[in-house]
Design a protein around this ligand. Structure first.
Ligand code: IP8
Length: 245
């Protein structure tokens, strides 16, 4: 059973305090991952108050690039620092976690397509390691460097490794309907199009729309849930919103 879990940046950092790890929350999540009994686990984490402020300061986004080595060092450096904290918390909880820094692994084509090999991740899993990736800067042909989000890496890695289950641990307890209630199951984007701002909504604000569409296309069940539900997800239960196309 291969499981890919994303720990949202707002979950593992204090979003309003620059470069501050949410140490207690991270330790709880790491504990849940340490207690889980999984053959193959890949962890991806977001940027929170580490990567995002630097990316904004340098005017870099997933579509806007900069040919600026200092900017790359800033963003990649902040994300490496957060990754060290996440890997450390997982190690403290007994997880055989190892760091994987996406800037050094992949790139984007001039069209923005992600080229990110995963053979090395499969080899790490075979050797009993738990790779821990993160949203990062990525070289883009003709554009310098752009941002790759943790979500984009989750869907890419899950699909390349034929993951059996995917979990997105976020600050919200699931995908919410117009009344603010958790939608238990999504099998078609139209189920939630109205609540998520219409089927043509883009993800410029990091919203749920593109996330749901990408997860529907995955071919494995994906779950969006809050930190309290991580243990249930890892135990194989349905947690938060189940998304499967
Ligand atoms: O928090 C973005 O990853 P996300 C990471 O998953 C950076 O969107 C470097 C801003």
């Amino acid at each position: 059973m291969t499981v890919v879990v994303k720990l949202g940046g707002s979950v593992v950092t204090e979003k309003d305090q620059p470069e501050t790890v949410a140490a207690d929350r991270l330790a709880d999540l790491a504990g849940a991952l340490g207690d889980a009994n999984l053959d193959d686990l890949v962890v991806v984490h977001g940027g929170g108050s580490f990567g995002h402020p630097h990316a904004a300061e340098h005017g870099i986004s997933s579509s806007e690039g900069k040919r600026d080595a200092a900017a790359v060092r800033d963003v990649a450096g902040a994300m490496a620092e957060l990754n060290t904290a996440v890997v450390g918390a997982l190690a403290d909880a007994g997880v055989p976690a190892v760091p994987v820094h996406p800037f050094s692994v992949g790139y984007r084509t001039a069209d923005g397509d992600l080229r990110f090999p995963t053979d090395q991740l499969a080899a790490m899993l075979d050797e009993g390691f738990v790779p821990v990736l993160h949203g990062d800067v990525l070289t883009q042909v003709g554009a310098g460097a752009t941002i790759v989000s943790g979500d984009e890496l989750v869907t890419h890695v899950a699909s390349e490794l034929n993951a059996d289950r995917v979990g997105l641990c976020s600050t919200v307890p699931g995908v919410l309907d117009e009344s603010g209630d958790v939608v238990r199951e999504i099998t078609d984007y139209e189920d939630v199009a109205a609540a998520l701002g219409g089927s043509n909504a883009t993800d410029v604000t990091g919203g749920m729309a593109a996330k749901v569409r990408a997860l529907l296309a995955l071919g494995a069940p994906a779950f969006v849930f809050g930190p309290d539900a991580l243990s249930a997800f890892l135990a194989g239960e349905d947690a938060g919103t189940r998304i499967e196309g």
